[in-house]
Design a binder for this molecule. Structure first.
Ligand code: SAH
Length: 224
């Protein structure tokens, strides 16, 4: 691609991103200005294969290989807003996948620790996060249902795969106060749960129905 057409191309993606934020995210009630700004700045298309770039800002999830998906932009925004990040938090993410949610979190918190269990996905996520110069991200290949004990506690945690129950290690690794967002349910549909740790007590809220790929691990779905 020539330099000129590349610039035009980038501009097209920027316009698509502005539209995505206005129509899919802001209009549906996501109002945290820092969250909206993060979605305007992270180039979502770069987290998927070039063949999908023309669909990258659509209102749906897309395949990222190995049977996994990059979530619908609105769901990423909803989960992110619910973490209530101010900028000084250490955040745990389970399910790096494409690395898109990781980049959004890196825009909004001080450090992001992200765990992925599928071997082939991690190098791609690492490459793009490095290219975009996110220096506040650590990635690890492991069963994320165990959390990341050596880096705990975390002020916020987010699980981007559906679990039959809330993995106890992740609750244990939450700071006090701390918040965890996780889809819990069967393999076809889940409820997005917000778990809050405060003054030694655990509260939970139901944020509505969602559909995620399975969280597979010792404290998630059994490996088949
Ligand atoms: N947040 C991702 C969405 C990824 S889909 C994105 O923005 O692209 C869910 C991811 O969770 C998949 O990549 C899947 O491999 C991963 N996953 C499933 N079980 C896991 C486990 N026990 N530990 C870590 N990652 C897991």
């Amino acid at each position: 691609m020539s330099r000129n057409s590349k610039a035009k191309d980038n501009n097209q993606f920027k316009i698509a991103r502005e539209r995505m934020v206005a129509q899919q995210i802001e209009q549906r009630g996501i109002r945290d200005p820092r969250v909206l700004e993060a979605f305007r700045s992270v180039p979502r298309h770069l987290f998927m294969d070039e063949a999908l770039w023309n669909q990258a800002y659509g209102d749906f999830p897309l395949p990222i290989g190995s049977g996994q998906t990059i979530s619908q932009p609105y769901i990423v925004a909803l989960m992110t807003q619910q973490l209530g990040l101010k900028g000084n938090e250490r955040v745990l993410e389970i399910g790096t996948g494409s690395g898109y949610q990781t980049a959004i979190l890196a825009e909004l918190a001080s450090m992001v620790y992200s765990v992925e269990c599928v071997h082939s996905l991690l190098p791609r996520a690492r490459k793009i996060l490095e290219k975009l110069k996110y220096t506040n991200v650590r990635l690890k290949l492991d069963d994320g249902t165990w959390g990341w004990p050596s880096e705990a506690p975390f002020a916020a945690a987010i699980v981007t795969a559906g679990s039959p129950s809330v993995p106890q290690p992740i609750i244990d690794q939450l700071d006090d106060p701390g918040v965890l967002i996780i889809p819990v349910g069967d393999e076809y549909s889940q409820v997005l749960m917000k778990i809050i740790k405060s003054q030694g007590k655990i509260h939970q809220e139901d944020l509505g129905g969602v559909r995620f790929v399975k969280l597979v691990g010792d404290h998630g779905w059994k490996r088949t």
